[in-house]
Design a binder for this molecule. Structure first.
Ligand code: ATP
Ligand code: MG
Length: 215
């Protein structure tokens, strides 16, 4: 399989890009050779990597303008999946780098301001005709097996915009923050916990979509 380039992008700060990159990246590494690329000068993904005991997934940093060369190298090294963690607030460089993506995952918190802010990233992705999926992050927990009203409202907004949304929402849980400080994914931190189940469901959907665009 050729290397799949997965951008995790949203110009809104704190939407969950780095948390999605590292948690989905660890799950992807169980399925194929996986590289995580930290393209955010804040270096959050690198902070996580530097605290990590496990060797996988490989994690490097690159500037957005330098990403193309990193991807060329990754292709020669037979990576199956490359996840790119992107910075917020850098429209110009992000717009230029996004042409390298095969698939764009857009993490969005289910609040009115976050939904509003997500539109800029979604429009950018749409101009490039890239397969794009929103994942709702840091969500209120379901009650009685019903998703929280804010999550249902967010789904309705994105449905109105014609955007694909991951079936599984990521719930706001302390383990997501605690695991990062230890250089772990949520599954490594709490293997039987609910968070890893949520990220796994998202990864299964992302993997299916990547496979479908390669047919
Ligand atoms: N599901 C979650 N539950 C609890 N906390 C979360 C969750 N997802 C993210 N967070 C926390 O929210 C904050 C922002 O998340 P994260 O760093 O992943 O976002 P980001 O989009 O990468 O931010 P930035 O735009 O600054 O790069 C972090 O403190 C992170 O630990
Ligand atoms: Mg980040």
């Amino acid at each position: 399989m050729p290397t799949a380039i997965v951008f995790v992008a949203s110009q809104k700060g704190g939407s969950g890009k780095t948390s999605c990159t590292l948690n989905l990246g660890v799950l992807a590494a169980a399925d194929g050779k996986t590289l995580l690329v930290d393209c955010d000068p804040q270096g959050s993904l690198t902070y996580w990597r530097d605290r990590r005991d496990a060797a996988q997934p490989d994690t490097i940093s690159a500037s957005l303008p330098g990403l193309e060369q990193a991807i060329v190298t990754a292709r020669t090294q037979d990576y199956d999946y490359v996840f790119v963690d992107t910075p917020p607030h850098n429209y110009t460089e992000l717009a230029s780098a996004m042409r390298l993506a095969d698939f764009i995952l857009v993490p969005v918190r289910a609040t009115a301001l976050d939904l509003h802010a997500a539109e800029a990233t979604l429009k950018l992705a749409a101009t490039m005709a890239k397969r794009t999926t929103v994942v709702l992050t840091q969500c209120q927990a379901p009650r009685l097996f019903m998703e929280a009203p804010s999550v249902r409202q967010a789904r309705a907004v994105f449905a109105g915009l014609g955007c694909r949304v991951a079936d599984q929402a990521i719930i706001h849980r302390g383990t997501v923050e605690q695991s990062v400080a230890l250089g772990k994914s949520v599954g490594e931190f709490e293997p039987e916990g609910p968070s890893v189940h949520e990220f796994r469901q998202v990864w299964i959907q992302v993997r299916r979509e990547i496979t479908s665009i390669r047919k």
